[in-house]
Design a protein around this ligand. Structure first.
Ligand code: ADP
Ligand code: ADP
Length: 219
């Protein structure tokens, strides 16, 4: 299964991508997580990305396309993947098509998580992330069993610098300007499936499952 998850920051892409990846045994390819790991390790990619990520701007397309190509060429992505946070621009969407063509593969579906802006703002303000495994929690909506500690590996949870209100505003504007056209790109190709992302996480997962089940049935 090869799927793209689209939607504004805070829409629940990471939460649902994790579930889908666990369920189907495919990798969650989360470009934001990959950039944060690179920044933490101080690699060349991390050093290049930092200024963009901190301001809520997008890292240049050529950098992101190289990162994703590397990742999708790894053997564990042969059976499929869920792309979470990529593509975010038309150039990235076109570059992904080109890459998949070269690999002899195709996307099965693009799932768009629709969530009102006031909801994503509340979600991002209460988001806590595990820096070790990338799992996300919310202080009220999906709290960890022990406050401040990751359920999966016991690491101390952190709040992302770019979840501060002023950076969130910029990220939402960047989404509207640069990522919204990607929605139309996939709609025009008949790949887009919208899901109501404002429901509770189990209901959203069920809606995603319904989309993907249908795809498997019609094949
Ligand atoms: P969110 O959880 O809000 O959707 P991500 O963790 O996916 O955010 O991304 C965090 C930041 O990493 C973005 O604001 C951007 O600076 C950078 N980033 C992640 N993915 C991409 C991408 N595909 N293209 C450019 N920049 C990206
Ligand atoms: P994205 O990857 O799209 O930025 P996340 O999956 O990181 O979104 O979710 C953002 C925040 O909202 C996290 O704190 C997460 O725990 C919480 N969250 C995710 N899905 C839901 C949901 N369906 N209802 C309530 N809170 C949610």
């Amino acid at each position: 299964m090869r799927v793209v998850f689209l939607g504004p920051p805070g829409a629940g892409k990471g939460t649902q991508a994790r579930r889908l990846a666990d369920r189907y045994g495919i990798p969650q390819v989360a470009t934001g997580d990959m950039l944060r790991e690179a920044m933490a390790s101080g690699s060349e990619l991390g050093q290049r990305a930092r200024a963009y990520v901190e301001l809520g701007e997008l890292v240049p397309d050529d950098v992101m396309l190289a990162v994703v190509e590397d990742r999708l060429r790894r053997p564990d992505a042969e059976r499929g993947f869920v792309l979470d946070g990529f593509p975010r621009t038309l150039a990235q969407a076109e570059g992904l098509d080109d890459l998949l063509r070269r690999l002899g593969r195709r996307l099965d579906a693009v799932v768009l998580f629709q969530v009102p802006e006031e909801t994503v703002v509340r979600r991002l303000a209460g988001r806590w992330t595990c820096p070790a495994c990338g799992r996300v929690f919310h202080e009220s909506y999906s709290p960890p069993r022990t406050p401040g500690v990751c359920d999966a590996d016991g690491s101390p949870l952190v709040q992302r610098e770019d979840d501060r209100p002023e950076t969130v505003r910029r990220r939402l504007a960047v989404y509207a300007e640069q990522t919204a056209p990607v929605v139309e790109y996939y709609r025009a190709r008949g790949l887009l499936h919208s899901v109501d992302g404002s429901q509770d996480p189990d209901a959203v997962a069920e809606a995603v499952e319904a989309v993907l089940r249908h795809l498997v049935e019609v094949r």
